[in-house]
Every structure is written in structure tokens, then in C-alpha cells.
Design a protein around this ligand. Sequence first.
Ligand SMILES: C[S@@+](CC[C@H](N)C(=O)[O-])C[C@H]1O[C@@H](n2cnc3c(N)ncnc32)[C@H](O)[C@@H]1O
Length: 361
Amino acid sequence: MSAQTDIGIAMRGGGYYSTHTLGAKAVIESVENWVRDALRHCATLDSGTLSMADFGAADGGTSMALMRRSVEFLRGLIGDRPITLTYTDLPDNDYSALFHLALEGEDALASRPGVFVFAAATSFHQSIFPPESLSFGFSATAMHWLSRLPGNIPGHTHSVGASGATLEAFRDQARRDWESILLHRARELRSGGRLVLVNFCQDEAGHYLGNTGGVNMHDQFNRHWRALLDADVISWDEYERTNFQQSYRTVAELRAPLEPGGKAFKAGLRLEACEARTVRCPYAAEYQCTGDAHKFASEYLGTLRSWSERVFLSGLSAERPLEERRAIVDRLYREYEQDVERSPQGHAMDYVHCYMVLNKQ
Ligand SMILES: C[S@@+](CC[C@H](N)C(=O)[O-])C[C@H]1O[C@@H](n2cnc3c(N)ncnc32)[C@H](O)[C@@H]1O
């Protein structure tokens, strides 16, 4: 299997991601009590700057309200001590949208006294902060993106549809990446600092994002992409090269480096809390109340598109003009949307996450 590192990862820009992804915001808000408990500890660490980071923040819109409330909460604990908040993501992220929200949005942080907002475009698979400099780290719905694509996935676009050696290669990459993410964070975190990490997972029932008993979202992506191959809209090469560079780890896999004897444990990280939870797809939940299939199909495909569009765009040949590539991807989402509108029952992008709190000894 050949290795590729240039698969499109960035979310759709211009603020589209967070305005179309209400479920990710609900996931983030659901962990507010854990964030507050963690910050209570971080506030006691020393008397200097309290440094916070949001790893894999996209345009920041899904976490900004939580961050604003967290900063207000901290003010009650640390008075006017300076607070830094660094948003991290990849170089292709839309930092312009992020800074507009941070400077001008309703939850704007940058204008608050003593709050300093930065961005870093270094991957969370590498070191981002100096050793022992970070008080509090947060990350939601980001660390399932791998540092490299272990190979093409025969017959599918996502590793949930992989088997045999391909599945093993994704699992192995995910294991190595997770260990390395934790080791980097262990070095960056101050002694006594906290991490709240919310990662996609496969739970004990085998459920994962968009697969909680109804129609499997990733199978639908693959089915519609494959239909474009069968209709000679895309080539076999393009179909094969379209792969999500992702893995949904099990809870056991996420815990493994943190168990006694594990590499992250040896580096000083300790697991304080860990549980798998499912947050219902807000668009499917609304459809159950309203029965409006047209609205549901449009919003559902909007939320899918906000994080998946780059994967399909980057699978297409660079020899095609960009407008042609965009038209093909438009067709993919249009056909998927028509399918959902015709028979909406069972479609849902329920969020299955593993929620963790870690401290550094
Ligand atoms: C689904 S979005 C999540 C955004 C936000 N945290 C939320 O929960 O709504 C995943 C984000 O992770 C970012 N990401 C993926 N791999 C990354 C990496 N290696 N380093 C930093 N960010 C990464 C993507 O670019 C994307 O913006």
C-alpha cells in the first residue's frame, strides 16, 4: 500500500463549518462541567499567565461560546491574571473566519481585558507549545484525523468499511498517532495541568458517527461515490484515491497508552474520567418532530458536507479544472440529499464520542 499525506482534511471555510454543525457544538457544550472542574485545578497552579489551547478548532465557532464562558468562569477564580487561548489547526484551515469570530462574533474573546488570542498551524501530531507551558488543553472531534493515510481502502471510502490488512494498517496508524499525540501533550502540559479530550470512538455496541442502528452514513457516502464511478462521471483511479484519512478508535484503544505501564502513563498523564456517550443528530431529532423531509435532507447534507467535502474534492484528478471538480462534488451531495428526502427514515449523524479528562502528574 502506498502512503499519502496530502489528503484534504480542512473543514469547509467561510464560517460554513460551524454554522452547519450544530451537533458538534452540542457535543462541546455537553462537557462544560468537566471543563470547569479542570479549570478549577488549573487556576491553582501558579500566579502567572493561565494558558489554554483548543486543538483542531476549525473556525472556532463550535467552541467559542464555551471558551467565552470558561474565561468568565476563570475570572472569578484568578482575578485579572492574563489568560492566553491558542486555537490550533492545520495550515489549510480558515483562520480568517476564526479571527473574525474571535474578534467580532457574539462570543468574541479577543476584546476582553487580559485575554490574548493566538492561532497555531502546527499539527497536533507534533509539538506545538514549549515544554511545561500549557495549563489547559481542550480538543473536540479532531484527533480521529490521522497523520498519514496508511493506504487506499479497497471498495470503500472510510476505514469503517475496511477489512484484513487494510483495517490493521489503519488501526496501527491510529494507535501510533494517539500515543504520539498524548506524548506531545504530556511534554507541553504543566505539572497539575489538565486536558479535556472529546474524540470520536466506536463504542461497545460497535456504534460510531452516523452508524447507531439506522442507515450507515459512511456506507451511503461510498454508495453515492461509487454510483458516480458506475455512471462514468469519475474514474476508477479517482474512486480508489478517495479515502477519509481517519480512524474511529475503540474506548480500549484510547485508554491503552494511559493504563499503568502505557507510554502516556509513563510520561505522567493520568486518566481522571473516561466514558463513551452518544449525542443525537439535531437534524434527525428535528425531523422526528416536524416530519419535514425536505428541510431535513438539506440540513443533514449541509452538516455532512461541512467536514467531508475536501475529501471528495481531493480524490478527483488535479487535471480536471476546479469548476469541474466542484460540479462533481455538488452532484454527489445533491444525489445523496435527494435520496434522504425520498426516504428519510433511519438517516442520522449521531455523534459517538469518548470523553476524557487527563491530568499531568
Ligand atoms: C470536525 S472538525 C472539529 C472542529 C471543532 N473542534 C469541533 O469540535 O467542532 C476537525 C478539525 O480538526 C482539524 N485537524 C485535523 N487534523 C489535524 C491535525 N493534525 N492538527 C490540527 N488540526 C487538525 C481539521 O482541520 C478540522 O478543522
